[in-house]
Design a protein around this ligand. Structure first.
Ligand code: SF4
Length: 272
């Protein structure tokens, strides 16, 4: 019997099977990424205005750089995080008033519809801020602004108070909502969903700041973001590498270090 021949056939088959497995695996993963991209495009085109997310970033310097040097690049990790958020938001409609986009002129407090803003020339949008609220619920006589936030719990960690930037986000929505629809929502609720525990829910309910105060905050942030002077850099979770993978989520770290003027809080230093 020609044992060499048998060995050759089996060996070839193994090689073919492995490369086929690889090709099929890559094809399926690429198709999944395409499906994720399509799912995220479902939200419509982003208007060329300021966005509430620019104003509530824990580091305003990052928003400042983003406006000057936009360099957003999608990678697998960002795509996965955005896709997860999209799925949760698309399938968690809490009220009729859901995923509503509002546009607001920061100079005079005038509201616009997204269609009106879409028809404006680019230069006329420089004072407009846009935000999309998750849900406006009515509980008894009170209007409540609700936003869902996913996070990684684990090690018994549980949310007990609102993150400052998310609180400000709802306060800005309150201003935009009042200007757009004449509805004043005095209460905010952040619905935290723990990804490490099958999205177990922790609702954090709080009173929102008065609109007059938030209007001042909006104007102050706008001034900082459009000033000739770069705002101070706030070293925070975006760039302190204080996460399991030691990852830095800010694309502007080199530029920021060259600039100097960084505020480093001891608690934000990378744990050794
Ligand atoms: S590196 Fe950190 S401090 Fe600097 S801009 Fe980015 S987030 Fe802000």
């Amino acid at each position: 019997m020609n044992y060499n021949f048998i060995f050759q056939i089996s060996y070839d088959r193994i090689v073919v099977e492995d490369s086929l497995k690889q090709r099929v695996g890559s094809y399926v993963v690429d198709s999944f990424h395409d499906a994720q991209d399509r799912a995220m495009q479902g939200g419509g085109k982003r208007l060329k205005t300021w966005h509430v997310s620019d104003f509530v970033s824990p580091c305003l310097r990052k928003s400042y750089y983003q406006r000057l040097y936009p360099q957003y690049e999608m990678d697998d990790q960002k795509r996965a995080v955005l896709y997860f958020g999209t799925i949760v938001h698309e399938h968690s409609k809490l009220s009729h008033f859901h995923e509503v986009t509002m546009c607001y002129d920061m100079r005079n407090g005038k509201s616009y519809t997204p269609q009106e803003v879409g028809a404006l020339p680019d230069e006329d949008r420089s004072h407009i801020i846009t935000g999309t609220l998750d849900d406006l619920c009515k509980v008894g006589d009170d209007y409540v602004l609700v936003d869902k936030k996913t996070y990684n719990g684990g090690f018994g960690f549980k949310k007990t108070k609102p993150d400052e930037s998310y609180k400000l986000q709802l306060e800005i929505y309150r201003v935009l909502l009042k200007a757009s629809y004449g509805i004043d929502a005095k209460i905010g609720c952040l619905l935290y969903l723990d990804k490490s525990k099958d999205l177990s829910e922790t609702p954090i309910v709080f009173e929102l700041n008065e609109t007059k105060e938030t209007e001042k905050v909006i104007k102050d942030i706008y001034k900082q973001l459009t000033s000739a002077d770069v705002p101070p850099g706030n070293v925070c979770w975006l760039c302190n590498g204080n996460n399991r993978a030691g990852k830095v989520y800010c694309e502007y770290e080199d530029e920021c270090k060259r600039e100097g003027g960084r505020i480093v809080d001891k608690v934000d230093l990378k744990k050794k």
